[in-house]
Design a protein around this ligand. Structure first.
Ligand code: KG4
Ligand code: ZN
Length: 334
């Protein structure tokens, strides 16, 4: 019955979660609004905000769980990948708690944790399963054989899916992060109104930089003829852009499912919060009689519950770390 405190601080969300025997008791997330006016995450500001947020966030997560500090069996934290200053705040805090309570540490790979978010709630996929992990920094198709045996079988060659959303949104004059706004506007728009070219890549890898460029050239041409073009067509533009990104993602995901013969399919990461993608993914799986797994919204974007659940499985496996563990900006899968 391990009781685990987990901390996530890899980018611009400070989050803490308590989990007992694989059940999430709390999941507190503090967003950092400070980056909005810069159009992207400013690493130094993110580290400072983590330092301000970490104590109250952990405090609320502990209180909400009803667990006392002395009841904790281990502390899990995001070790990599991420912004090094941000990771250091979470890792040092986790190490301090582990030292003071004399309990072990569990070091967690952020991308593995996104995949494991699918094991937080029932119905859970059985192994092996595939996961399309789509976030602001990554776009991966992962083959998960077990909690500790995961392999990336496809990934982006340039921009991540979240970047494709955010950079397209920026071209439309929307504030950062634009992904959720594109999702909102797309609900009122026609996804077939504008057609953008999709990359032709034969294997399971993705590319999104060409899409960004074709949207830029298209908008430049239209705005020249009508300066109000974007305002007049915002919903249709968002719907068409979203439709293209979803099409690029799901065509590759379908190919991966057919090639591997695996019919348990999950999605994860911030972009998996996209309502159009969730619907299209479910439809694709229903059509092919595949099992679709979609995490709750709060477990899609960065959160500590996914760190806690990954920590739980590592705990069961006896994969502990000590105080010599450090954060890394980049890390391969272990
Ligand atoms: O996983 P995440 O919270 O952080 C990273 O690890 O990157 O993902 C953030 C990304 C951003 O690019 C954001 O625009 C995108 O997820 N995102 C969305 C939606 N919600 C978040 N993109 C499209 N539609 C959404 N509803
Ligand atoms: Zn993430």
């Amino acid at each position: 019955m391990p009781t685990i405190l987990a901390i996530e601080s890899s980018c611009d969300e400070t989050s803490a979660s308590v989990c007992r025997d694989g059940k999430i008791l709390s999941n507190i997330i503090a967003n950092q609004k400070v980056h909005e006016k810069y159009g992207g995450v400013v690493p130094e500001l993110a580290s400072r905000a983590h330092m301000q947020n970490i104590v109250p966030v952990v405090d609320v997560a502990m209180k909400q769980s009803g667990v006392e500090l002395k009841e904790l069996d281990a502390v899990a934290f995001t070790q990599a990948p991420g912004l090094i200053g941000s990771l250091l705040v979470g890792s040092q805090f986790a190490k301090s708690i582990a030292l003071s309570l004399n309990i072990p540490l569990l070091t967690i790979h952020h991308m593995q944790a996104h995949v494991m978010a699918n094991l937080i709630k029932d119905p859970k996929p059985s192994f092996p399963f595939l996961c399309l992990t789509i976030s602001g920094g990554h776009t991966q198709i992962v083959l998960a054989n077990s909690p500790s045996d995961m392999k990336v079988i496809g990934e982006t060659l340039d921009d991540a899916a979240g970047e494709a959303f955010d950079k397209s949104a920026k071209l439309l004059g929307l504030p950062y992060p634009g992904g959720p706004l594109v999702d909102q506007y797309a609900k009122q728009g026609d996804p077939k109104k504008f057609v953008f070219a999709e990359p032709q890549i034969a294997d399971l890898n993705f590319s999104f930089s060409g899409l960004k460029t074709s949207i830029l050239y298209f908008l430049q041409k239209q705005v020249k003829a009508d300066p109000d073009f974007i305002q007049k067509n915002l919903a249709d533009l968002c719907a068409s852009i979203q439709h293209t990104i979803i099409s690029i993602l799901l065509k590759k995901y379908k190919k991966a499912a057919l090639e591997t013969g695996i019919n348990n399919l999950c999605i994860a990461g911030g972009v998996s919060a996209n309502s159009g993608l969730r619907k299209a993914f479910q439809t694709m799986c229903d059509h092919n009689k595949w099992n679709a797994y979609i995490p709750d919204f709060e477990y899609c974007t960065d959160n500590a519950a996914m760190i806690a659940i990954t920590g739980y499985y590592k705990y069961l496996d006896g994969q502990f770390d000590d105080l010599s563990a450090t954060a890394h900006a980049r890390a391969e899968w272990k």
